[in-house]
Design a protein around this ligand. Sequence first.
Ligand SMILES: [Fe+2]
Length: 247
Amino acid sequence: MKIIQITDLHVDEEGEYPFDIDVRKNLLRMLTYIKKEKPDHLVVSGDLCYRDPKPAIKEWVKEILDYSEVPYSVIAGNHDDSTMLAEVFQLKHLLNEGELYFAKKIEKETVLFLDSAKGALSKKQTNWLKRQLKNANDDVLIFMHHPPVKAGVPFMDQRYPLQYIEALQQLFFEHPANIHVCCGHYHVEKTIRLKNLTVQITPSCFFQIDQHSSEFKVDHHRIAYREVVVEGDVLKSTVRYFNGSKK
Ligand SMILES: [Fe+2]
């Protein structure tokens, strides 16, 4: 099974170039590269919108993703509204009290998709996750927007971390096999391992953040996708970078 993940698109209104970056062109170019790789699935792990969630932006992203003809899943980030996302992507049947989380069979693997758009997982979603983990005695692959760990990136760890992070980690630690989480939100490339939990943060399709600064500082403007290949017990993950598009 080959999955490609892109994250933190931060698409703005047509004609807008936040930070002088052509965010729409970034997504279009990224999809031409991804199409050539012929993945089994593409995951868009949140923050489709630049700042505020807007249906017109999500509709544009949907149109572009549909046109790529790669099967895909979307989850919400903190700059998205899960209900709006579900409406635009026709996923209302998966909405659960305003959260969009689900399990999906991709090739032979069951992959979990969580909703951390509000900065925390509800009790209901946490209970659902507990049941999913109980049913899967084996290794589990999860996509979510926020990293479920503090990642040693001071600007993001101090200002925008996931809430109730220890409780979620405890749930993962109780699982008898490995948990592999692919996420975004931090605009960095980083891998963190804690016991049976491996967290891989995928760089943004917008810009990357300086990993050492407590203040907001752009590191560089290259954009990337992550490829995850699962073959039996082996999981291989690669990040591939491209030049970003300036205005
Ligand atoms: Fe985010």
